[in-house]
Every structure is written in C-alpha cells, then in structure tokens.
Design a protein around this ligand. Structure first.
Ligand code: SF4
Length: 643
C-alpha cells in the first residue's frame, strides 16, 4: 500500500443502489493530490453538460487528500464539490473537523456519488464496507437530532458525520453541510445537492491509521510547530479568540462590512474580552491540531445558545452582525447556532437578509411581503426570524431561499445593486475597499464571492509586514512569500501589476491547499509552516521526492480545470468575472470613509491576471499551450467544441 493514502476511491450510485471501488494510479494521485483536485477532475470528466444542478444527473464528490489523516496540524479537512445550484458555476466547499481523516481511516480517499435515491438515505462507511441505509426516520430533523439518532442506530457515539438539515432537504440554494456539527461546508449550496439526491448524510468510521513514510521527520516537524507557533502574536490571538478577533480588527481598520456593505464600521456593544467572558465555555480544534482555534459558545438568556454547535467565526459575525446592522453579538451567536442546526451557509444567509433589509428600507418589499416582519437594519429578532423562515422555506423565506441575486433579478427596480454577490454567490465579509487585492480575488474566484482564493493584502503590505507580530524576526511575513516567488511587499491599496502578480502566485498556492485539504492558519505563507516545510511534510508522509515546483503546478492545474469547467458548463465570459457595483462606491463611514475600487484599474488588473495565467485577454480562455504545459491537453477539445 502507498504511504499516506489508500489508493481507493468509492463510487456510489444512489439510483441503482450499487457501489464499486476504483484504484487510480500513483500518477493520478500525484497529478491531482485529492480534495478539490479530485473534485475538479471528476466533475470535468464525468458531468453531463446542460444539466439542472438539482437533478439526479449532478455528481457529488467528497474528497480527502494524499496527506489527510497524517498526524500533522492542519491536515484535518475535506472537500465537497458539485455543479452549484446557487450559481450554476463550479461548486465546492472545504471544511474542517475530523471527517476527512476518518474517511481515510475507513479505507478510502474519496467518494463519488451519482443518481438519486427513491427515498431518504444515508451512507454508512466503516472499515472498507459501504452501505446505503434508510433515512426515512431522520428526514426532517435538524443536524443535532440527526446526529443523535444515527449514533443510537449505529451504536457508536464516535461516528464522524457530514449532515444536512431542513434547509438542504428543502433545496435552499445556499444550504450547507455540517461536519460533526461544529464545522461547516457553507459555500455554493452543497447541502441542496445532497437534499436533491435524498442523501441526508455520509457517516464514516475507521480503525486503520494513516501510515507515513518517515515518522521521525514528521515528529521533528511537529516539534518545530509546537515550539514556533506560540512565538507569533497573531497565532496566540488565534488560539485565544479564534477568528472572532478579526471582527474587531476589521472594524478598527474601517473594513467591517456594515449595513449591506455601505459602511465599514459599527459600534460594537462588547469588547472582545467581554464577549468571550460572557459566552465562551471552551476552545476546540480539528484533527491533530494544537492551535484549537474553534470557539464554543453557550448561553441561556436572552437567547439560548446550545454549545454543541460551536461558535461563530469572523465571517458569520459579520454576515449576521454588522452587515445586518446588528451590534448585539449575543444575537449574532444565536443566528450562527440556528444556521448550523438547520443547515444554512451563514454568509449567504446573512447577506441575503441584508439585501432584503435594504429592499425593505427602499420600499421595494413591504411588511405585507415579509408577513409582518419589520425587516430593518439592526432588528436582530427580525434577522433571527428570517433565518428560520429561509431554512423551512416559509413565507418570504421561500423567496429569499433562492439567494439575493436571483431575488434581485425578480424584483428589479435597481435592487440588483443591493445584492452583494459575484457570479451569483454572496461575498464573504472582507471588504476590498480596504485591501484591493481582495477585489481581484472575488472577481476571478471560480465560485463567485469567495474570499479564500489567496492570502489577503495586509500580510504583504510594506506598512504592516514585520510589525509587532515578530519583533525579533522582521522578515517573518515575507519569508513565506519569497518561497513562492514574491520578492517585494505591495501596498494594500494597490491593484497594479505587482498586486496581480502577488495574487496570482498566492492563488496557485491556495489552490494547492484545497487539493491537499490543508488549513490556511497552519500553512499560509505568513504562518508557522512555510512553503519549504510543506514540501518536506508531503515527502515525509508520501515517501515521494516532490518539490515546490511540482506542488505549485498542481495548484495552477486545478485553477485551470475549474476555469475550463465554468467556460464549458456555464458559458463563462469576462462579464462573469465581476464584483458588485457597490464596491465602486466609497465607504460611507469609519477610518476608510470614501475608499473605493477604481473601475478602470480593476479592469486593467483583470486583463493582467488573464495574461499572467496564460489565458486570452478577452474572456480569460486558457491558451492551448497553457493547458499542454499543465498536462491538461486532454481537455482542449472540450473547450474547442463547447458551442
Ligand atoms: S488552525 Fe484552527 S481551523 Fe485550522 S486546523 Fe487548527 S483548529 Fe482547525
């Protein structure tokens, strides 16, 4: 057996009830690595053109990678992918926790699900055996109750689960997938795809540990991590407060999306210390990760918050907090709990509610439409009520369950500007008007409004690099950047060619992360394990003699495959590579008041990006030479014959 991975991929056909196993070659594993590498490969090779994403013809891929499950921090993630019902473009979502490692322990590296079950089912994968089981008794239940019922039925409380809630069952276009209840695959509507297949969950359990090629080297690198991680102030903050700290940081910097991205600053009613004092009961971590950045919140009054659903991350706090004008973080934490219980992406949920709030403010929707709910900015109870209505598609929630862009197209009358989305998916809570590279990230993301295509500008800003994070190591941030070919820092407020170069290189690296299913807080170039160490770790796990060059090429390859997919399956052209109109307007308050994206500079940056990627200037179609150079020649006919 190879080191690090199983060499086995499980196929399940829910229509026929058949399962089978395939054993790809070592070259296949080296070429795609796993995670989103596998997702992009199988979708590109096997998805029929012109299908409805919620029909049985869609394909769901669940994938871990060649290194998932090795005892290294940041290796506890997995990818889910399919054609997105929210956007009609490529859909994928990475999540943390323990599911990916457990799938590996159960004997598989990935799972490809086709067809549609006649009645609700779940998949039970245990030590190499796979079974499609009846889920009629749990259909309709929230994620927590579903977990309890499955644990009882299977007689095992240590099962690892990917589950949908009522939102996925009702095909809410931005329904997500809960990973062990506290972690989440939020983006692009993968929960709705599971719901459309009558697939309530995928439950895994395995007893076979991942064997690595060089255990001593892994021990040595883990020792390095444990010694060096706490030396960095940003890392210490991450362990103490998780990403909730970024909410306060973004607010001080004037870049915290507020009142539907009109403002960048809000008066927060609690300091970070007060928030954690009031709500936090503990921190937790993903598989094998000592960082333990996951916050667990609990409360009884005025909102009961059940700790089994964890606590909100930065994006959730922004989406269900400031961006809805809500400054009561207790209410925001309740919103997080509701979304996790019911199976909703907190980002799209929050931004769709904020969109509706602005429509309400402008009189485009009324109290009659909302069933009496006063949908005004700052009305925290209206926000919480609307979450439930969306999840169950009740009243106006049924309309909003389609996502803000679809609703805006229906309402018209200028409401399109209130949908803060790209390619039909709502933006994450990172405002490009204070870090311009993020404008390019949203523009070129294959998924739409996804912020995780590359590290954000601040880390490489000449004003910020080397500041208090590492007083004894002023080159701390840039050292990681050098290793992926970026030698100079660039201002956060630049969208010039240097910034495009930075984003392009970082995107190759981030795309590699998603193929390996790695955590950015452990492996980002400004974090503890630098790129050179990632290469050492991959070699120590797999026994390969890989290099940074080979790994970066995988990242670039996967980005190109997603591009081909979007061109072939969704007819993507330059006009789809866009940002919301609002970002060309100045921020209305805060320290960055007036800051905006320059339209012409933005378009120039997009052209530079296409050129740096080896794509044509007009529509970003990869050149034949680019694809041959990435060993993707087999997909060229698909691009040529797309009409
Ligand atoms: S740093 Fe946090 S999110 Fe990343 S693997 Fe560790 S615990 Fe999970």
């Amino acid at each position: 057996m190879p080191y690090g991975y199983n060499g086995k991929i499980l196929r399940v056909d829910l229509t026929t009830g058949e399962t089978s196993v395939e054993k790809p070659s070592v070259k296949f594993y080296r070429k795609y690595l796993g995670g989103n590498g596998f997702v992009s490969y199988y979708l590109l090779k096997e998805l029929e053109k012109g299908i409805d994403p919620l029909s049985e013809k869609n394909i769901l891929v669940f994938a871990a990678s060649v290194v998932t499950g090795a005892p290294v921090p940041g290796f506890g993630r997995q990818s889910i992918g399919a054609l997105s019902p929210l956007t009609g473009f490529y859909g994928t979502s990475e999540g943390g926790g323990h599911w990916g490692p457990e799938l590996k322990f159960a004997g598989y590296d990935a799972l490809i699900v086709k067809g549609k079950a006649k009645r609700p089912v779940y998949l039970w994968i245990k030590d190499g055996e796979a079974e499609i089981r009846d889920a009629s008794g749990i259909w309709g239940k929230e994620t927590g109750d579903t977990f309890d019922a499955l644990a009882e039925e299977l007689g095992d409380t240590k099962i690892r689960t990917l589950l949908i809630g009522p939102a996925g069952e009702r095909l809410v276009k931005f329904a997500g997938v809960a990973s062990d209840l506290r972690h989440y695959h939020g983006r692009t509507g993968m929960g709705a795809v599971m719901g459309s297949k009558n697939l309530k969950g995928v439950v895994v359990r395995g007893s076979q540990k991942t064997e690595v090629a060089d255990p001593e080297k892994i021990k040595e690198l883990n020792k390095f991590f444990l010694e060096n991680f706490p030396k960095n102030a940003d890392n210490r903050t991450l362990s103490k407060y998780g990403t909730t700290a970024y909410y306060y940081g973004a607010n001080s910097a004037g870049g915290l999306p507020t009142d539907n991205f009109r403002k960048g600053h809000i008066e927060i009613e609690k300091t970070i210390e007060e928030l954690h004092e009031a709500l936090k009961i503990k921190t937790e971590g993903c598989y094998a990760c000592p960082v333990r950045c996951k916050q667990v919140f609990k409360a009884e009054q005025p909102y009961n918050i059940n700790p089994r659903f964890g606590g909100p991350e930065f994006e959730t706090m922004g989406a269900l907090g400031s961006n809805c004008g809500v400054n009561n973080l207790h209410a925001t934490a309740k919103g997080h709990e509701l979304c996790n219980r019911m199976g909703l992406d907190t980002i799209s949920t929050g931004l769709t509610i904020a969109f509706a709030m602005e429509c309400y403010e402008k009189g485009l929707i009324t109290k009659e439409d909302t069933g009496g709910i006063e949908l005004t900015f700052g009305n925290q109870d209206a926000m919480l009520e609307m979450i439930k209505k969306i999840a169950y598609r009740e009243g106006y929630g049924d309309v909003l369950a389609e996502g803000s862009w679809a609703v805006a197209k229906k309402i018209g009358r200028g409401s399109e500007k209130f949908s803060i989305s790209a390619k039909g998916m709502e933006l994450a809570l990172c405002d490009p008007r204070v870090k311009n590279g993020v404008a390019l990230i949203y523009t070129i993301s294959p998924l739409g409004g996804d912020h995780l295509q590359a590290e954000h500008d601040g880390a490489f800003d000449p004003m910020l690099t080397g500041y208090s994070h590492a007083a004894d190591d002023p080159d701390f941030f840039m050292r990681g950047a050098y290793q992926i070919g970026v030698l100079e820092p660039v201002s956060s407020l630049s969208l010039g060619p240097e910034k495009v170069h930075l984003v392009t290189n970082l995107q190759h690296y981030w795309s590699l992360f998603d193929a390996l299913d790695l955590c950015i807080f452990v492996f980002g170039p400004v974090r503890t394990f630098k790129p050179a160490q990632l290469v050492e770790i991959v070699n120590a796990v797999t026994g390969w003699e890989t290099t940074m060059y080979e790994l970066m090429k995988v990242g670039e390859r996967v980005t190109n495959m997603m591009r081909i997919f979007n061109i072939v399956h969704a007819g993507l052209t330059r006009k789809d590579d866009h940002i919301p109109e609002r970002l060309y307007d100045g921020l209305e308050n805060g320290p960055m008041e007036g800051s905006k994206i320059d339209r012409e500079e933005h378009q120039r940056a997009l052209t530079y990006y296409y050129e740096m990627m080896g794509w044509d200037r007009e529509n970003g179609v990869p050149h034949d030479g680019t694809l041959y150079g990435l060993e993707l020649g087999e997909f060229i006919p698909m691009l040529k014959n797309r009409e």
